[in-house]
Design a protein around this ligand. Structure first.
Ligand code: IPE
Ligand code: IPE
Ligand code: MG
Length: 242
């Protein structure tokens, strides 16, 4: 896309991405799956940079699902190693670029040192506002909803909230994404057309774009194409077209 064509596009305020296809990328090259994950991190860095340049305000990336713990322990260990290295080496750069980092998901499943690195990245970048980067790690949409329901039930039991006061807005306040707007655009790479337990509540009216590209190959051009496809959609939110 040319710069002029791009400037005519509406940029989604919030883009969510299911970064899929690392394993198949590696397999097709006769490489171990870890090499696909490693190259997937390069694609992630490219995407963060491109989204920031385009003026996207919120980028939410699915990096590891609550179900991904079921993978062989060698692969899980490699992913944890890559996560550690990413948090150690990229936090300062993200901070320089005014990126705020947040992690959603069940962090109790991570080792203590990873939890400390996550807390450090969140604290260091807490005041940044150019791009809100949310990493969904050990994240599952159903788990997030159940956790929210439990917290809400505790507040009701403690008489801090009456059942009558529970509406959509009140419930959203208990989700991990409480102060993040719903995604406008969700991209899933690798040709799979499913949600795999990503942001179940939040994507009620999100536009879905499925791309055949394997995540390690994803670049600025693919992001721009997805935005172009988004621009061709008519968002009606249940109403009649204007
Ligand atoms: C996505 O790539 C990354 C993670 C889920 C951690 P996959 O590892 O799922 O790659 P495929 O789907 O096997 O190709
Ligand atoms: C979803 O991909 C999770 C991430 C991309 C982090 P999976 O590869 O785990 O999903 P399924 O198993 O194909 O549904
Ligand atoms: Mg996959």
């Amino acid at each position: 896309m040319t710069v002029t064509e791009l400037s005519q596009q509406r940029i989604p305020r919030h883009i969510a991405v299911i970064m899929d296809g690392n394993g198949r990328w590696a397999k097709s090259r006769g490489m171990p799956r870890t090499d696909g994950h490693r190259r997937g991190i390069d694609a992630l860095k490219r995407t963060v940079e491109a989204a920031g340049d385009l003026g996207v305000e919120y980028l939410t990336l699915f990096g590891f699902s609550s179900e991904n713990w079921k993978r062989p322990s060698g692969e899980v260990d490699d992913l944890m190693w890559l996560l550690r290295r990413f948090l150690q080496s990229e936090t300062a750069r993200m901070h320089e670029n005014n990126v705020r980092i947040r992690v959603i998901g069940d962090r109790s499943s991570f080792s203590k040192d990873i939890v400390a690195l996550i807390e450090n990245s969140e604290q260091m970048t807490a005041g940044n506002d150019r791009l809100h980067l949310t990493a969904a790690l050990s994240y599952g949409g159903r788990q997030e909803i159940v956790t929210a329901v439990r917290a809400l039930a505790e507040d009701v039991a403690a008489s801090k909230l009456t059942p009558k006061a529970i509406d959509e807005a009140a419930f959203e306040g208990y989700l991990a994404t409480a102060d993040i707007p719903d995604p406008d655009l969700l991209i899933r790479t690798s040709g799979e057309q499913r949600i795999s337990n990503f942001l179940l509540w939040q994507i009620a009216y999100t536009e879905l774009v499925f791309s055949d590209v394997l995540w390690p190959d994803f670049d600025r051009g693919h992001l721009e194409s997805a935005i172009q496809e988004y621009n061709g959609r008519e968002r009606r939110f249940g109403a009649v077209a204007g």
